[in-house]
Design a protein around this ligand. Structure first.
Ligand code: GDD
Ligand code: MN
Length: 380
Protein backbone atom coordinates (compact mmCIF):
# COMPACT_ATOMS: atom_id res chain seq x y z
CA UNK A 1 0.00 0.00 0.00
CA UNK A 2 1.08 3.52 -0.75
CA UNK A 3 0.60 4.50 2.84
CA UNK A 4 3.17 1.97 3.98
CA UNK A 5 5.71 3.24 1.52
CA UNK A 6 5.33 6.74 2.91
CA UNK A 7 5.29 5.72 6.53
CA UNK A 8 7.50 2.71 7.15
CA UNK A 9 6.80 0.75 10.30
CA UNK A 10 10.18 1.38 11.87
CA UNK A 11 10.03 3.34 15.10
CA UNK A 12 10.91 7.01 14.72
CA UNK A 13 14.33 7.96 15.99
CA UNK A 14 13.77 11.11 18.04
CA UNK A 15 16.71 13.43 17.84
CA UNK A 16 18.86 13.77 20.91
CA UNK A 17 20.98 16.53 19.37
CA UNK A 18 20.73 19.69 21.40
CA UNK A 19 20.40 21.73 18.22
CA UNK A 20 17.10 19.96 17.57
CA UNK A 21 15.70 20.52 21.02
CA UNK A 22 13.72 23.60 22.06
CA UNK A 23 15.72 26.48 23.50
CA UNK A 24 15.84 27.13 27.24
CA UNK A 25 14.30 30.57 26.88
CA UNK A 26 11.77 32.07 24.46
CA UNK A 27 11.62 35.85 24.37
CA UNK A 28 8.20 37.00 23.17
CA UNK A 29 8.04 40.43 21.56
CA UNK A 30 4.61 41.82 20.59
CA UNK A 31 5.00 44.39 17.84
CA UNK A 32 2.93 46.95 16.02
CA UNK A 33 4.83 49.29 13.70
CA UNK A 34 8.28 48.61 15.09
CA UNK A 35 10.16 47.95 11.84
CA UNK A 36 12.99 50.31 12.75
CA UNK A 37 13.57 48.56 16.09
CA UNK A 38 13.66 44.89 15.11
CA UNK A 39 17.27 44.50 14.11
CA UNK A 40 18.52 46.62 17.01
CA UNK A 41 16.55 44.49 19.46
CA UNK A 42 17.90 41.22 18.07
CA UNK A 43 21.43 42.61 18.34
CA UNK A 44 20.75 43.47 21.96
CA UNK A 45 19.46 39.95 22.63
CA UNK A 46 22.52 38.40 21.03
CA UNK A 47 24.78 40.52 23.23
CA UNK A 48 22.79 39.88 26.43
CA UNK A 49 22.09 36.17 26.12
CA UNK A 50 25.52 34.76 25.35
CA UNK A 51 25.32 31.84 27.78
CA UNK A 52 21.70 30.90 27.28
CA UNK A 53 20.10 28.84 24.54
CA UNK A 54 17.35 31.23 23.42
CA UNK A 55 14.95 32.20 20.66
CA UNK A 56 12.89 35.29 20.02
CA UNK A 57 9.30 35.17 18.75
CA UNK A 58 7.98 38.41 17.31
CA UNK A 59 4.18 38.50 17.30
CA UNK A 60 3.12 41.13 14.82
CA UNK A 61 -0.43 42.27 14.09
CA UNK A 62 0.22 42.78 10.39
CA UNK A 63 1.82 46.20 10.92
CA UNK A 64 1.53 48.44 7.86
CA UNK A 65 5.15 49.60 8.28
CA UNK A 66 6.50 46.18 7.28
CA UNK A 67 7.63 44.96 10.70
CA UNK A 68 7.25 41.33 9.61
CA UNK A 69 9.53 41.94 6.62
CA UNK A 70 12.11 43.35 8.98
CA UNK A 71 11.84 40.23 11.16
CA UNK A 72 12.06 37.83 8.19
CA UNK A 73 15.12 39.68 6.98
CA UNK A 74 16.94 39.13 10.27
CA UNK A 75 15.61 35.57 10.47
CA UNK A 76 17.37 34.72 7.21
CA UNK A 77 20.64 34.77 9.07
CA UNK A 78 19.53 33.41 12.41
CA UNK A 79 17.12 30.52 13.09
CA UNK A 80 16.59 31.79 16.61
CA UNK A 81 14.51 34.62 15.20
CA UNK A 82 10.89 33.63 14.60
CA UNK A 83 7.77 35.52 13.58
CA UNK A 84 4.04 35.09 14.01
CA UNK A 85 2.03 37.33 11.71
CA UNK A 86 -1.53 37.74 12.97
CA UNK A 87 -4.21 38.88 10.55
CA UNK A 88 -7.32 40.87 11.41
CA UNK A 89 -6.48 41.17 15.08
CA UNK A 90 -5.03 43.80 17.36
CA UNK A 91 -3.84 43.77 20.91
CA UNK A 92 -0.71 43.62 23.00
CA UNK A 93 -2.10 41.13 25.52
CA UNK A 94 -3.45 38.70 22.91
CA UNK A 95 -0.23 38.85 20.93
CA UNK A 96 1.85 38.12 24.03
CA UNK A 97 -0.36 35.17 24.96
CA UNK A 98 -0.14 33.65 21.48
CA UNK A 99 3.61 34.08 21.46
CA UNK A 100 4.02 32.32 24.80
CA UNK A 101 1.77 29.49 23.64
CA UNK A 102 3.91 29.06 20.52
CA UNK A 103 6.96 28.33 22.66
CA UNK A 104 8.17 24.95 23.87
CA UNK A 105 10.91 26.35 26.07
CA UNK A 106 10.68 25.88 29.86
CA UNK A 107 11.01 29.62 30.42
CA UNK A 108 9.32 32.43 28.49
CA UNK A 109 9.81 36.18 28.77
CA UNK A 110 7.71 39.01 27.37
CA UNK A 111 9.28 42.34 26.45
CA UNK A 112 8.45 45.40 24.37
CA UNK A 113 9.84 45.64 20.87
CA UNK A 114 10.76 49.32 21.04
CA UNK A 115 14.01 49.03 23.05
CA UNK A 116 12.43 50.62 26.13
CA UNK A 117 13.11 47.41 28.05
CA UNK A 118 16.65 46.49 28.98
CA UNK A 119 17.48 43.04 27.59
CA UNK A 120 20.47 42.71 29.91
CA UNK A 121 18.01 41.87 32.71
CA UNK A 122 16.98 38.66 30.94
CA UNK A 123 19.80 36.40 32.22
CA UNK A 124 18.95 37.25 35.84
CA UNK A 125 15.24 36.68 35.21
CA UNK A 126 16.05 33.35 33.60
CA UNK A 127 18.37 32.36 36.44
CA UNK A 128 15.73 33.07 39.07
CA UNK A 129 13.14 30.93 37.34
CA UNK A 130 15.66 28.14 37.04
CA UNK A 131 16.22 28.54 40.79
CA UNK A 132 12.52 28.10 41.60
CA UNK A 133 10.62 31.33 40.96
CA UNK A 134 7.51 31.08 38.79
CA UNK A 135 7.42 34.73 37.78
CA UNK A 136 10.03 37.48 37.69
CA UNK A 137 8.93 41.06 37.00
CA UNK A 138 11.01 43.98 35.78
CA UNK A 139 9.75 46.76 38.05
CA UNK A 140 10.04 50.49 37.47
CA UNK A 141 9.00 51.22 41.04
CA UNK A 142 11.64 49.21 42.86
CA UNK A 143 14.69 50.94 44.30
CA UNK A 144 17.20 51.14 41.46
CA UNK A 145 14.47 51.12 38.82
CA UNK A 146 12.67 54.06 37.26
CA UNK A 147 10.87 55.43 34.28
CA UNK A 148 11.72 59.11 34.20
CA UNK A 149 13.65 58.58 30.97
CA UNK A 150 10.85 56.79 29.16
CA UNK A 151 7.57 58.15 30.46
CA UNK A 152 5.99 61.57 30.87
CA UNK A 153 5.07 62.59 34.38
CA UNK A 154 1.39 62.09 33.54
CA UNK A 155 1.97 58.55 32.25
CA UNK A 156 4.04 57.71 35.29
CA UNK A 157 1.44 58.88 37.79
CA UNK A 158 -1.21 57.11 35.73
CA UNK A 159 0.77 53.90 36.02
CA UNK A 160 1.19 54.42 39.77
CA UNK A 161 -2.52 55.00 40.18
CA UNK A 162 -3.34 51.88 38.17
CA UNK A 163 -1.03 49.86 40.42
CA UNK A 164 -2.77 51.25 43.48
CA UNK A 165 -6.18 50.24 42.10
CA UNK A 166 -4.87 46.73 41.47
CA UNK A 167 -3.66 46.58 45.05
CA UNK A 168 -6.96 47.74 46.53
CA UNK A 169 -9.33 45.77 44.32
CA UNK A 170 -7.38 42.66 43.46
CA UNK A 171 -4.94 42.46 46.36
CA UNK A 172 -2.03 42.36 43.97
CA UNK A 173 1.01 43.17 46.05
CA UNK A 174 3.84 43.49 43.54
CA UNK A 175 5.26 46.98 43.06
CA UNK A 176 4.65 47.20 39.29
CA UNK A 177 1.76 45.05 38.03
CA UNK A 178 1.58 47.29 34.93
CA UNK A 179 5.04 46.31 33.75
CA UNK A 180 5.30 44.92 30.26
CA UNK A 181 8.56 43.11 31.01
CA UNK A 182 8.52 39.78 32.85
CA UNK A 183 9.59 36.15 32.66
CA UNK A 184 7.44 33.19 33.65
CA UNK A 185 7.75 29.43 33.95
CA UNK A 186 5.95 28.16 30.88
CA UNK A 187 4.21 25.31 32.67
CA UNK A 188 2.66 27.83 35.08
CA UNK A 189 1.61 29.99 32.18
CA UNK A 190 -0.02 27.08 30.34
CA UNK A 191 -2.13 26.44 33.46
CA UNK A 192 -3.55 29.91 33.59
CA UNK A 193 -3.63 30.87 29.90
CA UNK A 194 -7.25 29.79 29.31
CA UNK A 195 -8.39 32.31 31.93
CA UNK A 196 -6.69 35.32 30.39
CA UNK A 197 -8.32 38.12 28.45
CA UNK A 198 -6.78 38.90 25.10
CA UNK A 199 -7.94 42.49 25.15
CA UNK A 200 -5.94 45.42 26.41
CA UNK A 201 -2.35 45.98 27.45
CA UNK A 202 -2.36 44.55 30.92
CA UNK A 203 -1.20 41.02 30.46
CA UNK A 204 0.88 40.86 33.63
CA UNK A 205 -1.88 42.12 35.86
CA UNK A 206 -4.23 39.62 34.30
CA UNK A 207 -1.71 36.83 34.97
CA UNK A 208 -1.45 37.90 38.63
CA UNK A 209 -5.23 38.17 39.01
CA UNK A 210 -6.14 34.97 37.17
CA UNK A 211 -3.66 32.41 38.43
CA UNK A 212 -5.38 29.44 40.06
CA UNK A 213 -2.51 28.89 42.50
CA UNK A 214 -0.15 31.49 43.92
CA UNK A 215 2.92 32.14 41.81
CA UNK A 216 6.31 32.39 43.44
CA UNK A 217 7.04 35.91 42.35
CA UNK A 218 10.04 38.21 42.57
CA UNK A 219 10.91 41.58 41.08
CA UNK A 220 14.04 43.21 39.77
CA UNK A 221 14.61 46.91 39.22
CA UNK A 222 13.99 48.07 35.66
CA UNK A 223 15.07 51.37 34.16
CA UNK A 224 12.46 52.06 31.54
CA UNK A 225 14.32 53.68 28.65
CA UNK A 226 13.37 56.29 26.11
CA UNK A 227 11.78 55.28 22.84
CA UNK A 228 14.13 56.00 19.90
CA UNK A 229 12.02 55.06 16.89
CA UNK A 230 8.27 54.87 16.33
CA UNK A 231 5.47 55.93 18.69
CA UNK A 232 3.61 54.51 21.72
CA UNK A 233 0.28 52.77 21.15
CA UNK A 234 -1.05 53.30 24.65
CA UNK A 235 -4.11 55.53 24.40
CA UNK A 236 -7.41 56.28 26.11
CA UNK A 237 -8.94 53.10 24.80
CA UNK A 238 -6.22 51.10 26.51
CA UNK A 239 -7.00 52.90 29.76
CA UNK A 240 -10.70 52.10 29.40
CA UNK A 241 -9.83 48.46 28.76
CA UNK A 242 -7.74 48.42 31.90
CA UNK A 243 -10.61 49.68 34.04
CA UNK A 244 -12.94 47.06 32.61
CA UNK A 245 -10.38 44.35 33.29
CA UNK A 246 -10.20 45.54 36.88
CA UNK A 247 -13.98 45.30 37.22
CA UNK A 248 -14.13 41.88 35.55
CA UNK A 249 -11.41 40.45 37.76
CA UNK A 250 -12.73 41.89 40.99
CA UNK A 251 -16.10 40.23 40.33
CA UNK A 252 -14.46 36.85 39.78
CA UNK A 253 -15.01 37.01 36.00
CA UNK A 254 -18.76 37.18 36.52
CA UNK A 255 -18.63 40.26 34.36
CA UNK A 256 -16.49 39.66 31.30
CA UNK A 257 -14.33 42.45 30.02
CA UNK A 258 -16.36 42.76 26.86
CA UNK A 259 -19.69 42.66 28.64
CA UNK A 260 -18.64 45.39 31.03
CA UNK A 261 -17.61 47.65 28.16
CA UNK A 262 -20.80 46.81 26.29
CA UNK A 263 -22.93 47.61 29.34
CA UNK A 264 -21.08 50.84 30.13
CA UNK A 265 -21.52 52.01 26.55
CA UNK A 266 -25.17 50.95 26.70
CA UNK A 267 -25.53 53.05 29.85
CA UNK A 268 -24.02 56.07 28.15
CA UNK A 269 -26.63 55.58 25.41
CA UNK A 270 -29.32 56.66 27.87
CA UNK A 271 -27.82 60.15 27.91
CA UNK A 272 -27.71 60.26 24.11
CA UNK A 273 -31.30 59.06 24.01
CA UNK A 274 -32.54 61.85 26.28
CA UNK A 275 -30.72 64.55 24.33
CA UNK A 276 -32.09 63.24 21.03
CA UNK A 277 -35.60 62.96 22.48
CA UNK A 278 -35.54 66.51 23.78
CA UNK A 279 -34.26 67.81 20.44
CA UNK A 280 -36.95 65.99 18.47
CA UNK A 281 -39.67 67.26 20.83
CA UNK A 282 -38.38 70.79 20.42
CA UNK A 283 -38.88 70.39 16.69
CA UNK A 284 -42.50 69.56 17.37
CA UNK A 285 -42.42 65.79 16.78
CA UNK A 286 -45.04 63.66 18.49
CA UNK A 287 -43.75 61.86 21.57
CA UNK A 288 -43.88 58.34 20.17
CA UNK A 289 -42.12 59.34 16.95
CA UNK A 290 -39.51 61.32 18.88
CA UNK A 291 -39.00 58.45 21.30
CA UNK A 292 -38.46 55.99 18.46
CA UNK A 293 -36.08 58.28 16.62
CA UNK A 294 -34.14 58.86 19.85
CA UNK A 295 -33.84 55.12 20.41
CA UNK A 296 -32.28 54.64 16.97
CA UNK A 297 -29.96 57.59 17.41
CA UNK A 298 -28.76 56.11 20.72
CA UNK A 299 -28.41 52.64 19.17
CA UNK A 300 -26.39 54.05 16.30
CA UNK A 301 -24.08 55.85 18.70
CA UNK A 302 -23.70 52.66 20.73
CA UNK A 303 -22.96 50.67 17.61
CA UNK A 304 -20.06 52.89 16.61
CA UNK A 305 -18.67 53.04 20.15
CA UNK A 306 -18.84 49.27 20.51
CA UNK A 307 -17.24 48.84 17.13
CA UNK A 308 -14.42 51.16 18.17
CA UNK A 309 -13.91 49.94 21.74
CA UNK A 310 -15.64 46.72 22.77
CA UNK A 311 -14.85 44.98 19.50
CA UNK A 312 -11.78 46.90 18.49
CA UNK A 313 -10.10 43.56 17.74
CA UNK A 314 -12.94 42.57 15.38
CA UNK A 315 -13.69 46.04 14.07
CA UNK A 316 -16.09 46.13 11.10
CA UNK A 317 -15.16 48.25 8.10
CA UNK A 318 -16.58 49.13 4.68
CA UNK A 319 -19.72 47.23 3.71
CA UNK A 320 -19.51 45.03 6.78
CA UNK A 321 -19.97 48.21 8.81
CA UNK A 322 -23.28 48.90 7.06
CA UNK A 323 -24.62 45.37 7.43
CA UNK A 324 -23.30 45.30 11.00
CA UNK A 325 -25.28 48.43 11.86
CA UNK A 326 -28.42 46.89 10.37
CA UNK A 327 -28.03 43.71 12.40
CA UNK A 328 -27.27 45.75 15.52
CA UNK A 329 -30.50 47.73 15.06
CA UNK A 330 -32.43 44.53 14.56
CA UNK A 331 -31.00 42.77 17.60
CA UNK A 332 -31.43 45.78 19.86
CA UNK A 333 -35.04 46.23 18.72
CA UNK A 334 -35.74 42.68 19.90
CA UNK A 335 -33.78 43.51 23.05
CA UNK A 336 -36.37 46.19 23.86
CA UNK A 337 -39.05 43.48 23.90
CA UNK A 338 -36.97 41.36 26.30
CA UNK A 339 -36.37 44.44 28.40
CA UNK A 340 -40.04 45.43 28.67
CA UNK A 341 -41.18 41.82 29.16
CA UNK A 342 -38.79 41.11 32.01
CA UNK A 343 -39.50 44.48 33.59
CA UNK A 344 -43.24 43.81 33.48
CA UNK A 345 -42.78 40.36 35.02
CA UNK A 346 -40.82 41.72 37.96
CA UNK A 347 -43.22 44.60 38.34
CA UNK A 348 -46.20 42.25 38.59
CA UNK A 349 -44.46 40.24 41.30
CA UNK A 350 -42.75 42.88 43.37
CA UNK A 351 -44.16 46.18 42.10
CA UNK A 352 -40.97 47.99 43.00
CA UNK A 353 -40.53 50.27 40.00
CA UNK A 354 -36.74 50.59 40.13
CA UNK A 355 -36.16 46.89 40.66
CA UNK A 356 -38.43 46.11 37.71
CA UNK A 357 -36.66 48.72 35.57
CA UNK A 358 -33.25 47.40 36.52
CA UNK A 359 -34.22 43.79 35.87
CA UNK A 360 -35.58 44.72 32.45
CA UNK A 361 -32.54 46.76 31.51
CA UNK A 362 -30.23 44.02 32.77
CA UNK A 363 -31.91 41.30 30.77
CA UNK A 364 -32.09 43.54 27.72
CA UNK A 365 -28.36 44.22 28.00
CA UNK A 366 -27.51 40.54 28.35
CA UNK A 367 -29.71 39.69 25.38
CA UNK A 368 -28.23 42.45 23.22
CA UNK A 369 -24.73 41.46 24.23
CA UNK A 370 -25.11 37.77 23.47
CA UNK A 371 -27.01 38.32 20.24
CA UNK A 372 -24.74 41.03 18.82
CA UNK A 373 -21.65 39.01 19.67
CA UNK A 374 -23.18 36.20 17.59
CA UNK A 375 -24.55 38.20 14.67
CA UNK A 376 -22.93 41.62 14.49
CA UNK A 377 -19.37 40.92 15.66
CA UNK A 378 -19.12 37.16 15.30
CA UNK A 379 -15.57 35.86 15.52
CA UNK A 380 -14.29 35.03 12.09
N1 GDD B 1 1.14 42.69 18.35
C1 GDD B 1 0.84 43.88 18.90
N2 GDD B 1 -0.44 44.35 18.76
N3 GDD B 1 1.77 44.59 19.56
C2 GDD B 1 1.43 45.78 20.08
C3 GDD B 1 0.14 46.32 19.98
C4 GDD B 1 -0.84 45.54 19.27
O1 GDD B 1 -1.99 45.93 19.12
N4 GDD B 1 0.12 47.53 20.61
C5 GDD B 1 1.37 47.73 21.07
N5 GDD B 1 2.17 46.69 20.75
C6 GDD B 1 3.60 46.49 21.05
C7 GDD B 1 4.45 47.66 20.62
O2 GDD B 1 4.85 47.55 19.27
C8 GDD B 1 5.62 47.54 21.57
O3 GDD B 1 6.52 46.57 21.13
C9 GDD B 1 4.96 47.04 22.85
O4 GDD B 1 3.75 46.41 22.44
C10 GDD B 1 4.68 48.16 23.84
O5 GDD B 1 3.86 49.11 23.21
P1 GDD B 1 4.08 50.69 23.38
O6 GDD B 1 3.07 51.34 22.55
O7 GDD B 1 5.51 51.05 23.18
O8 GDD B 1 3.67 50.85 24.91
P2 GDD B 1 4.20 51.90 25.96
O9 GDD B 1 5.67 52.09 25.89
O10 GDD B 1 3.36 53.12 25.87
O11 GDD B 1 3.81 51.11 27.29
C11 GDD B 1 4.74 50.30 27.94
O12 GDD B 1 4.80 50.69 29.27
C12 GDD B 1 3.61 50.43 30.02
C13 GDD B 1 3.80 50.92 31.40
O13 GDD B 1 3.72 52.28 31.45
C14 GDD B 1 4.37 48.81 27.84
O14 GDD B 1 5.47 48.05 28.36
C15 GDD B 1 3.17 48.47 28.64
O15 GDD B 1 3.01 47.03 28.65
C16 GDD B 1 3.35 48.95 30.03
O16 GDD B 1 2.19 48.71 30.78
MN1 MN C 1 6.96 51.65 24.44
Amino acid sequence: MIQNELLPDEPVQWSSKSAHRPPELSVIVPTYNEAANVELLVEELIRSLQNIDWEVIFVDDDSPDGTTDAVRKVAKNDVRVRCIRRLGRRGLAGASIEGMLASSAPVVAVMDGDLQHDASLLPEMFRRIRAGDDLVIGSRFLKGGGAAGGLSRRRLSGSRFASRLARVFLHIEVSDPMSGFFAIRRAAFEDLAPRLSSQGFKILMDVLASTPKPLRTSEIPLLFRMRQHGVSKLDHRVTAEYLSLLLAKSTGDLLSLRFVMFAVIGGSGVGVHLVALKTALMFGWTFSLAQMAAAYVAMTGNFFLNNMLTYRDRRLKGWRLVSGLASFWLVCSIGVIANVGAGQLVHDQASTWWLAGLAGAGLGAVFNYVATSMFTWRAR
